[in-house]
Ligand binder design. Structure first.
Ligand SMILES: Nc1nc2c(ncn2[C@@H]2O[C@H](COP(=O)(O)OP(=O)(O)OP(=O)(O)O)[C@@H](O)[C@H]2O)c(=O)[nH]1
Ligand SMILES: [Zn+2]
Length: 340
């Protein structure tokens, strides 16, 4: 609801891609105009062409220099700025350079915007937040996020919330073959295991509606006060915001909250890289005939399921992602249901 509301259809940025686009999805080096006096900054929020950046410990609002063209600037970007860097109210600096990105995450295309847009740059960890109950856990959502994380080169962390309502064992069993780091949280529980994973890192939080993301962020970064949600993170004024990601400082690192981001797009991910998100199925897939789509006859996964050597649920999940990649709506279904 927040994402995209109130904005017209903006022009495509050069690093946004149509759902069916192939290739060209890797981070790229940008042109570098000279600005000797430019200062380094870190983008913490983006709203309607204004960028909030942390520069020398000060929070500065900036616009994009014309010479940067159509390329996007997103939360997590490392940028160079010139102009008024005082951070005083109603001042505006200029971003003159975007440094090469070490990773990019794209949100899913959806009905209102058929383009997978880059929403976060330079993250190194994806925290997949999933409730153990209320709403029920959604392994397909987790699997989709795992594929996105591995593809983007982010380390996944499974964060299972609401352990006071249900035990994590059944869900964890599904991922036991994966060597997937996880933490379990509960109401009034100890958050230090989670904090240990976040310290000094750039972590992105993703999860369906109601799983407890805001609750976690408010406990981890009390001054962020995410429950309020009506203060524009860029201008600081009380206007409803259309932002889709905000970086909050946490113990030498950043935690990036993604309100309104339903899931991450996979349309640009090659089938082999989707399969790579299921390392527990790798040995089975090795026995597939050359060029196997894993969706039709002769796929070795069927035999492995019949022989009880892999979890049927995992194969179903992989196939849903592979089949749904062309029409992202189908694949996003698992993630979308909990939102409605
Ligand atoms: N029992 C229990 N309830 C929790 C826990 N964490 C959060 N909740 C409750 O779950 C509900 C949803 O929590 P939020 O933090 O708003 O969830 P969210 O993921 O931010 O949801 P959206 O803002 O819709 O994306 C609230 O009523 C919380 O109080 C928990 O560990 N245990
Ligand atoms: Zn196969």
């Amino acid at each position: 609801m927040r994402a995209g509301s109130g904005r017209g259809r903006p022009d495509l940025d050069e690093d946004d891609i149509r759902v069916r686009a192939r290739g060209g999805s890797r981070p790229r080096t940008r042109k570098r105009p000279r600005h000797e006096d430019a200062q380094e900054g870190f983008v913490t929020a983006v709203d309607r062409g204004r960028y909030r950046c942390l520069v020398n410990g000060r929070s500065v609002v900036a616009m994009k220099a014309r010479e940067l063209g159509r390329g996007s600037i997103v939360v997590g970007d490392r940028v160079a700025l010139v102009g008024d860097l005082s951070g005083r109210p109603d001042t505006l600096a200029r971003v003159v350079r975007v440094e090469e990105r070490s990773s990019v995450l794209r949100r899913t295309a959806d009905d209102t915007d058929p383009v997978e847009r880059v929403i976060v740059a330079n993250a190194d960890r994806l925290v997949i937040v999933c409730a153990l109950a209320d709403p029920d856990p959604q392994p397909r959502f987790i699997d989709r996020c795992l594929v996105a994380a591995y593809d983007a080169g982010l380390e996944p962390l499974l964060c299972l919330t609401k352990a006071d309502l249900a035990a994590p064992d059944e869900l964890l069993a599904l991922y036991s073959a994966l060597d997937l780091p996880h933490v379990v949280t509960r109401r009034d529980g100890d958050l230090s295991p989670l904090l240990d994973h976040l310290r000094g890192r750039i972590s992105v939080l993703i999860g369906s509606s109601g799983v407890g993301k805001s609750t976690l962020v408010n406990l981890l970064v009390p001054e962020a006060d995410r429950a309020v949600g009506h203060v524009n993170p860029v201008t600081g004024r009380g206007r409803h915001t259309s932002t889709s990601a905000v970086a909050l400082p946490i113990e030498g690192g950043w935690i990036i909250d993604t309100p309104g981001v339903r899931s991450f797009g996979l349309a640009h991910v090659e089938p082999d890289d989707v399969v790579a998100g299921f390392p527990d199925l790798a040995d089975a897939v090795d026995e597939c005939p050359p060029g196997c789509t894993h969706l039709g006859d002769g796929c070795a996964l069927d035999a492995w399921v019949d022989e009880g050597r892999v979890e049927a649920a995992r194969v179903v999940s992989l196939r849903r992602l592979l089949a749904g990649r062309e029409g992202e709506d189908a694949a996003a279904d698992g993630a979308g249901r909990a939102r409605s």
